[in-house]
Design a protein around this ligand. Structure first.
Ligand code: S3P
Length: 425
């Protein structure tokens, strides 16, 4: 894959369905009574892993690209899997499904690719064990493969040490199988798609500040859900339109849930011109169209409560910072080290390869922006967000950029290069 400088960028695009919402639609549909229909489903490798796991748990699921129909069997309708449940590269699949399997009275084994086998699972093993599940890390290293023996659970009030929607969701899903109320308090509010969608399915979920609570043993009812475009995928094209001179881009149907919109806030703080149009609510989620135009960007300091709202966009923000004048400091983002790759190291390594003065810190990075970037060979570490962020870096850099692995983009955005080619020349 070779990418060169683009002198023109314009168009009117949509981005694929939100990944977090797509996973949840399949999972909650599977444990609801009756049929759930999803439109706008993200047909990427991660969400296909979720479908395959639930088929393996006895749920009939029909998929026709972005349309998915799930024949739910209710909270206690899953059956023991015949094979190991393969989550592929998907942390969301592994951590959320663990919450559900903790409440099911059979044993299952979960595994995934080499990246997932290095990601920390004690963050869910600890609270789910407190609730009564029996979970073993089979290599005894706190990572997958995991064996889960579910059973009778009891509710807890858990103070989570990390702001993680995956941890929060695993506990709330296990809370469906408990008597009484299960609560999770996070240090900073993470994305709230689980709370919004479970409410839509009929569960009693309340949110107050950084605490989410759920009442056990609800009856969930199948839903018709329209999934909006993923702001994490829109982020690549927001950045592209901001950094390519004289660009103008309309991005339609983007989820702008306030627990996910940190990229917009930071891009505007950097001087980025982004206008929201046609704001509306679809299937309980805020949605809008974005108009983005070329802007002269300057550096910013990012840290604290905004971090969970833009955690997956930090690689793209770091590239924008390289094209901005002045310094950008990113703090409080140590979670980046345990994503699909160590994203502090993989971002800094690739920025440096393109000629940027960037330094890794213990919880983020410092980028001295404003110097011209040149093409380089990008080491993606098979991380989809690194591959896409540096493809965007390449369209404003001098010379040619190559990626060591473009296939990883299939995880979340199979049509990424089609869209990029369509708007660039
Ligand atoms: C996700 C939550 C985030 C995010 C991931 C998707 C989710 O992870 O990075 O891409 O769908 O709940 P953490 O909860 O581990 O921060």
């Amino acid at each position: 894959m070779e990418i060169t400088k683009s002198t023109h960028l314009s168009g009117d695009i949509t981005v694929p369905g939100d990944k977090s919402i797509s996973h949840r639609g399949v999972m909650f549909g599977a444990i609801a009574d009756g049929i759930t229909e999803l439109s706008g489903f993200l047909d990427g490798a991660d969400c296909r892993s979720t479908i395959s796991c639930f088929r393996n748990l006895g749920i009939s699921i029909q998929q026709d690209s972005n349309q998915v129909r799930i024949y739910g069997k209710g909270l206690h309708g899953l059956s023991a899997p015949v094979d190991t449940l393969d989550v592929g590269n998907s942390g969301t699949t592994m951590r959320l499904i663990s919450g559900i399997l903790s409440g099911c009275s059979f044993s299952s084994t979960l595994n995934g690719d080499t990246s997932i086998q290095q990601r920390p699972m004690n963050r869910i093993i600890t609270p789910l064990t407190m609730m009564g599940a029996d979970i073993t890390s089979l290599k005894d290293n706190g990572c997958a493969p995991l064996r889960i023996q579910g059973g009778h659970l009891h509710s807890i009030s858990y103070d989570s040490p990390v702001a993680s929607a995956q941890v929060k969701s695993a506990i709330l899903l296990a809370g469906l199988y408990c008597d009484g109320i299960t609560s999770v308090t996070e240090p900073v509010l993470s994305r709230n798609h689980t709370e919004l969608m479970l409410r839509g399915f009929g569960a009693k979920v309340t949110s107050e500040g950084c605490t989410a609570s759920i009442v056990g043993h609800p009856t969930l009812h199948g839903q018709q859900i329209t999934i909006p475009g993923d702001i994490s995928s829109a982020a690549y094209f927001i950045a592209a339109a901001l950094i390519v001179p004289h660009a103008s881009l309309m991005i339609r149907n983007v989820n702008c849930n306030p627990t996910r919109d940190g990229i917009i806030k930071v891009a505007r703080q950097m001087g980025g011109k982004i206008i929201f149009e046609n704001q509306r609510v679809v299937s309980g989620e805020e949605v809008c169209d974005l108009v983005v135009t070329s802007s002269s960007l300057h550096g910013v300091t990012i840290g604290g409560d905004i971090i969970p709202t833009l955690i997956d966009e930090i690689p793209m923000i770091a590239v924008m910072a390289a094209y901005a004048s002045g310094d950008t400091i990113i703090r409080d983002a140590a979670e980046l080290k345990v994503k699909e790759s160590n994203r502090i190291d993989s971002v800094v390594q690739n920025l440096q390869a393109m000629g940027v003065d960037a330094t890794a810190t213990s919880d983020g990075m410092i980028i001295h922006g404003g110097r011209p970037l040149h093409g380089a060979h990008i080491i993606t570490h098979s991380d989809h967000r690194i591959a896409m962020s540096f493809s965007i870096a390449a369209i404003a850099a001098d010379g040619t950029t190559t990626l060591d692995d473009a296939d990883c983009i299939e995880i979340s955005y199979p049509q990424f290069f089609d869209t990029l080619h369509r708007i660039c020349s």
